[in-house]
Structures are given as structure tokens and as C-alpha cells.
Design a protein around this ligand. Structure first.
Ligand code: AHR
Length: 623
């Protein structure tokens, strides 16, 4: 295949083009990116007295434990607590243990910052020192411990006890426990435990470093949150309520999320906004739009209350301290308004098109515009070709989940005018290969999946004048409790596995052109070769990028000619390739990795053979 790249910029490539969609799914948040190590830390969204309410907790040494509805709770947000009887007949310290999110990683030299609330009675003749530890579940080996003076324990109200655990040596595996033991006999009620390792950028209540660094490393341009289904709730009452995700953890009730497990909402609106800033991603804020997944829809005569909820949320995010909600945000420590430009109205409202078209879209689009004239861009969450919405959306979000062949075929979707070039902008707000070509499911993204996605992404880049953003989904999964396969990055308590799809995102997103460049031929649709590409130029770095997906299992020879450029040094190719079904897993995380090779360019011409089933970026310094 001969490809000529001409020195004429066609259109700008928005910085939002490549990024992520985010929601708490697969323990991506609680037990994942959110660094809290204690699972079920405050017994949120559970039924007292049930086994489920005790998830992750066990009794040690004859202690008896149960989750109760506390008659005098720590706060109205946290009505449940763990009641523990430390018996007089135990042979050693009795207490409780938490297994974390299917394990706890213990690193030598790290400081683990912890706390819990407790109330109750002690028989001080046996002492008034409690002990917390990090220890091996299998052997009982203690990696770190701290004594806590609990003589202040009172039956009449909670006391907060804080501690630090500093393991001198790391644990060989993650099969570990966090324990709390008390001198017996005692009757103690606990709530809101917490244990944090060091976090990304050292933020308190922050993010798990290895996962945060993994996502940040792709330099995502966009961060769509908080869902996805998890925005909507199964019922209206169970929707993601922004105002219940802010403020002290003691005031956050949490909720049963849409993916089956309790969400602590420790990862709340401010944490998401800080995170988007920390990684330099443009936030796209999804607001609840009156439809919940179980089918419940807010009727037209009641919709204004939900519009008002979104108006207040946006004021909280963007208002200055003279506004009510802006002052609440300032009081929580963030004086400066966040830079928000995009507000997405709902999620996948093609599931409830009648009410969306009849009144929900209009109520939100008109209501928010009236409250904030000219300030935000509103995205509709319908099919790309729905033209019946009023007011006419300037931005659409539509989702693409399919097999590798579909993604390859759709590489030219936006060249072929599926969407009009009339100024309307499109966001592929969720996309991923989700099954093999024969329809079978995959546990991890395969090389074939990544190659298909990359072919599609060349089309997104070529057409970045109409597709202003795209977000891979879902982003993370904890392999010990996954609801949706496959996912970009898989992890457990100790290990992170970056899939071939991740590496495709990394290649595309870290090699960003500022403008597209014309190529001849435009892409494989005119050659029939199973090779897909897009070319761009970065004016700051003075480099040409050629992103290439070879969707065939055989390598393909190419001659790449620069037309009109003054070449400024040799080229490099970053790439990965593999067999169709090759994957990375938490047990073998580096089966597929990106390699780099130097390629010489002679008189503006470069000869290169793209390996079979590969994703590559050719970088050529040129003026
Ligand atoms: O990404 C998983 C789910 O797929 C999202 O929650 C939903 O928006 C879509 O159907």
C-alpha cells in the first residue's frame, strides 16, 4: 500500500477526542480507583441483621457480630452500625476483621491512615488498649500494628479513633486482613471505618496510585461521569443524587448502585472533578434526566424538580462563592469554580424515547439554558439520527458496543456522512468491542478487539470536525467482582492489567495531532486493503503522526511519502501486535505491550511493513 501524506492541515483535532466514560461498575470506584481499603466500611445500603450486611467482615476469637439499625446513629446518613460483643471467655484478643476488597495490598514503608468510630462499655480491669493490625489471613503474621487508647469509650455517643499503620516489610500476597481487637469483655458498636494507603497526588480521600497512574498515562482528553447506568438508578429514588455525594464522609449515605453493590459515594462529585483536573481531562457531567433503568419515568408535571436539582448541581460546580451552592463548595475547601463546559442530559435515553422527545429533553435543555444563558453545551443521549428533539441538539452522545468486524466496517462511518456536517457535534460517549466475531463473549479485550477499535478510532480522528470526543467504556474491572466484560483495565487488590485496548487508547491518545492531514488514498476504503489509517500534524512538536491499524493477520508492506514537508530526522514506530485472541490478564499482565522501533526516512519516503493484527503510530519529525 502506498500512502502519501500532504502538508495541508484539514481541520483541528479537539483535545477532547480520546478519553473515558466513568461510572462505578465492576468495583471500578469502591474497591478500585477510590483508594479506601475497607469494604463495607459504614454498612451503607444494606439490610441490618442479614448476612449481606456483614460483607467483608468476620469475627475473631469468639466475638459475636451483627449489623444493627443504630437507635442513636453517628448521623442520619449512616443509620447502620456493627455491634460487637467481646466475650470474657476468649483465649486471646477478640475482635473483628475486614478482608478489604478481596484482599489488601500491604507495601513496606507505606503509611496507612485509618480511623473508626466506636461507642460502648469496657471492663477497664482488663485494660483500655485496643489494637489494630494488618495481618496475613493464612498465617496470622502481623505486618503492622498500632495500639489505641480507648479509655474514652462512652456508651452515650461515638468517639472517633485515628491511627497509622506503617508496615516495615511488605506482605508476599494480598490475602490479608485489617483487624481491630479490644480488651474483653466489652460491648462496642462501630461505624465508619477507614484505611487509606498513600494516594495519587497525595489527595486525602483520594485515588489508588497504580490505577490512577494507569489511566492518567493515556493523557485522557475527556472524562464523562458519573454514568452510565449508575447515574439513573433502578428507580427514581435510587438515582445518583449529587448532593448526597459531597461533604464529610459522615454525611454521605451511599446508595445501592445500578451494578448490584453498595456505593459508598466516598468518590463523590468533588472527588471526580478534582480527579478530572488532576489528569487534565475535560469533564462531561451527566445529569439525571427523569428516567430510571427499572422503567420508572418522572411525569411531565413533576419534572421541574429534577431540572432544579441539575441547576443546583451546576451551581455547585461552577458558581462563585456569592451563589448559594458555590458558597457550599467553597466551605468544603474549593473556592475556585470548576471549569465545566459540557452537560449531558441523561444516559441512553433512546431507552425511553417517548418521554425524552415529548418533554424531558426540552425541560432540561430549556431549563438549564434559562438558568445559565449561553454558558454550557448540552448533549442529547439519543441515536445520532434522531431529529425530532426540540430544541434541536447541537451535541449528541451515542454509544457503540459491537464485535471487531463491525468496528472495522465502521472505520469509515463518519467519512460516509452518517452524521451531517452542519455544525452538529457528536460524542461517541461509550464504545468498545464486547464480543468476538462469532458472538462469543470475551473476558478480557483481545488483540483482535483492540485492532478493530483502533480502525474505528482512525475514522474518529479523520472526522474530528464532527466527532469532537470519544470515551471508551467500561474503564475498569475488579476481577473478583465484575458485572460487565470486557473492560479496558483489569485489576485485583494488588495487580493492574492493561489490555490491548488500553494500549490502543494509549497509542492514540498520547500521540495527538493538533490538525488532521490529508492522505492519498484517504484510507483503506479506497484500496480494499485491510489497513486503516489517519494522519495528523502536531504544530507544537513539529511531527507528523500516522496511526495505523492492520486488521489482517498477515503483515502489510507500505511506502509512506511525505508531500510538501521538510523532513527533520528519522521516524519511530510504536506498536503492538499479536494473535487474534491474545490478551493480558492479572496473572500475565504483559503478554502484549507496546514496542518501539526506529525507521529511516530517505527523501521524505519511508518503507515499513505493519505486522499482522497490529496497532501502530508512526512519528515523523517534519516541518
Ligand atoms: O458501559 C456499561 C453500560 O453500557 C453503561 O452503564 C450504559 O450506559 C451502557 O448501556
Amino acid at each position: 500500500v502506498d500512502i502519501t501524506i500532504t502538508a495541508e492541515t484539514v481541520h483541528e483535532i479537539p483535545e477532547t477526542l480520546f478519553g473515558y466514560m466513568w461510572e462505578d461498575i465492576n468495583h471500578s470506584g469502591d474497591g478500585g480507583l477510590y483508594a479506601e481499603l475497607i469494604q463495607n466500611r459504614a454498612f451503607q445500603a444494606v439490610e441490618p441483621g442479614t448476612d449481606d450486611a456483614l460483607a467483608a467482615w468476620t469475627a475473631l476469637n469468639n466475638a459475636s457480630i451483627s449489623v444493627i439499625a443504630d437507635p442513636s446513629p453517628l448521623s442520619s446518613a449512616l443509620p447502620n452500625a456493627l455491634s460487637v460483643s467481646f466475650p470474657s471467655n476468649s483465649s486471646g484478643p477478640a475482635g473483628i476483621a475486614n478482608e478489604g476488597f478481596w484482599g489488601i495490598r500491604i507495601d513496606a514503608g507505606s503509611t496507612y491512615t485509618g480511623s473508626f468510630y466506636a461507642k460502648g462499655t469496657l471492663n477497664t480491669t482488663t485494660g483500655s488498649q485496643a489494637e489494630v493490625t494488618l495481618q496475613s489471613k493464612a498465617t496470622g503474621d502481623i505486618y503492622a500494628s498500632a495500639e489505641i487508647d480507648v479509655s474514652s469509650l462512652s456508651a452515650s455517643g461515638y468517639t472517633k479513633y485515628s491511627f497509622e499503620l506503617k508496615p516495615e516489610g511488605g506482605a508476599p500476597d494480598t490475602d490479608n486482613l485489617f483487624t481491630v481487637t479490644f480488651p474483653s469483655p466489652a460491648e462496642v458498636t462501630f461505624t465508619l471505618f477507614s484505611l487509606f494507603p498513600p494516594t495519587f497526588k497525595s489527595r486525602s480521600n483520594g485515588m489508588r496510585i497504580d490505577l490512577a497512574e494507569t489511566l492518567a498515562a493515556t493523557r485522557p482528553g475527556v472524562w464523562r461521569f458519573p454514568g452510565g447506568n449508575n447515574l439513573e438508578g433502578q428507580t427514581v429514588a435510587r438515582r445518583w443524587k449529587w448532593n448526597e455525594t459531597i461533604g464529610p464522609l459522615e454525611e454521605r449515605p451511599g446508595r445501592r448502585g445500578d451494578w448490584g453493590y453498595p456505593n459508598t459515594d466516598g468518590l463523590g462529585l468533588l472527588e471526580y472533578l478534582d480527579w478530572a483536573e488532576d489528569i487534565g481531562a475535560e469533564p462531561i457531567l451527566g445529569v439525571y434526566a427523569g428516567y430510571s433503568l427499572g422503567g420508572e419515568t418522572v411525569p411531565e408535571d413533576a419534572i421541574q424538580a429534577y431540572v432544579d436539582e441539575a441547576i443546583a448541581e451546576i451551581e455547585f460546580v461552577t458558581g462563585d462563592a456569592s451563589t448559594h451552592w458555590g458558597s457550599v463548595r467553597a466551605a468544603l475547601g474549593r473556592e475556585e469554580p470548576y471549569a465545566l463546559r459540557y452537560v449531558e442530559i441523561g444516559n441512553e435515553d433512546f431507552f425511553a424515547p417517548d418521554s425524552y422527545q415529548a418533554y424531558r429533553w426540552a425541560a432540561f435543555a430549556n431549563g438549564l439554558e434559562a438558568a445559565y444563558p449561553g454558558k454550557f453545551k448540552y448533549l442529547a443521549t439519543t441515536y445520532e439520527d434522531v431529529t425530532s428533539l426540540e430544541p434541536k441538539p447541537a451535541y449528541y452522545d451515542f454509544h457503540q458496543y459491537n464485535n471487531p468486524n463491525w468496528f472495522v466496517e465502521q472505520a469509515v462511518r463518519y467519512d460516509e456522512g452518517v452524521t451531517p456536517r452542519d455544525g452538529t457535534q457528536y460524542f461517541v460517549g461509550e464504545y468498545a468491542v464486547t464480543s468476538n466475531n462469532d458472538g462469543s463473549k470475551m473476558a478480557y479485550p483481545t488483540v483482535e478487539a483492540a485492532v478493530g477499535e483502533a480502525a474505528f478510532m482512525t475514522g474518529l480522528e479523520r472526522n474530528a470536525d464532527v466527532v469532537f470526543a470519544a470515551a471508551y467504556a467500561p474503564t475498569l474491572n475488579h476481577v473478583d467482582d465484575t458485572q460487565w466484560y470486557p473492560d479496558l483495565v483489569s485489576f485485583n487488590a494488588g495487580t493492574v492489567s492493561k489490555s490491548p485496548s488500553y494500549w490502543a487508547q494509549w497509542l492514540f491518545s498520547t500521540n495527538r495531532g493538533t490538525h488532521t492531514l490529508p492522505t492519498s488514498p484517504v484510507s483503506s476504503n479506497t484500496t480494499g486493503a485491510p489497513l486503516y489509517w489517519s494522519a495528523s500534524y502536531n504544530t507544537d512538536a513539529a511531527v507528523v503522526y500516522l496511526k495505523v491499524s492492520n486488521t489482517d493477520s498477515a503483515s502489510i508492506n507500505t511506502t509512506i511519502t511525505l508531500d510538501g514537508f521538510t523532513q527533520d530526522g528519522d521516524a519511530k514506530v510504536q506498536f503492538f501486535s499479536g494473535a487474534a485472541q491474545d490478551v493480558n490478564t492479572v496473572d500475565a499482565p504483559d503478554a502484549i505491550v507496546v514496542s518501539e522501533t526506529a525507521v529511516s526516512v530517505v527523501d521524505g519516503v519511508l518503507a515499513y511493513a505493519f505486522p499482522g493484527l497490529s496497532v501502530s503510530v508512526v512519528t515523523i519529525p517534519a516541518q
